[in-house]
Design a binder for this molecule. Sequence first.
Ligand code: NAD
Length: 250
Amino acid sequence: MKSLLKGKVAVVTGGTRGIGYAIVKKYLEAGAITILCGSREETAKKALEKIKAEMPDAQVDAIWPKLSDRAEMTAALNTIKEKYGRLDILANNAGISQNNSLFDYKDEDFDKILDINIKALYSCTRAAAEIMKDNGGGVIINTSSIVSYNGQGAGCGYPTSKFAVNGLTKSLSRELGKYGIRVNAVAPGVTRTDMLAVLPDEMIQPIIRNIPLGRLGEPEDVANAFVFLASDMASYISGAILPVAGAVVI
Ligand code: NAD
């Protein structure tokens, strides 16, 4: 694990907490120079300081561009390339979820979820792929969800966005293969992060009973898949949607 990503430069969106924070730590442990993206300067700098305190020798940095703004993303990633000489890995992890019923949906909520879960993914991927194409290759890993298989019973915007993540992943894996760029997605099941903290225990327990491995996912379970897919061990894997969900029955 220690040297799986040695010499690589990685960018992780939504790296300030939850699954993204775990990916940042695992990438650093695996030897990559890792840049975390936060939504705001304050939270990005706070996460950066926390990581530096936990891992004093790690080569870690932070940025906070607007992910769905392609011009801003292009400028931010070009700055990373100039500063660190390359860009090898993009982990598109930032995302939000919604649970409201169709009749309670505000149009702006639907727009918001598509903006961060899909448009940002497109902008970040486009900006990174321009650099990777010129560098002779790279790896892009998107965060899908287990709800991208059969949807969910409320909050239709969220599974809609994750079905689109799978579509973008599979399409771009075919389009970018000729440049040596691999594109995959990880589809987490219910994972113990702030996204879950809003749910009461009486909702969590039936979820756990439906998981054959008998427990919720931890952010580290998902982050391990991001390490594997980013590494040369996955050098012939592209276009995959990898479930990390304890064999959940959906
Ligand atoms: P989280 O809420 O703990 O973290 C989300 C991250 O995304 C944060 O770092 C946040 O700053 C960032 N983010 C949110 N909106 C942003 C914006 N507008 N601009 C920039 N960054 C923004 O959630 P998490 O559980 O760690 O989720 C991470 C990813 O995993 C998401 O894509 C989510 O859909 C996916 N996922 C989570 C679960 C789960 O059960 N937790 C299950 C399946 C998929």
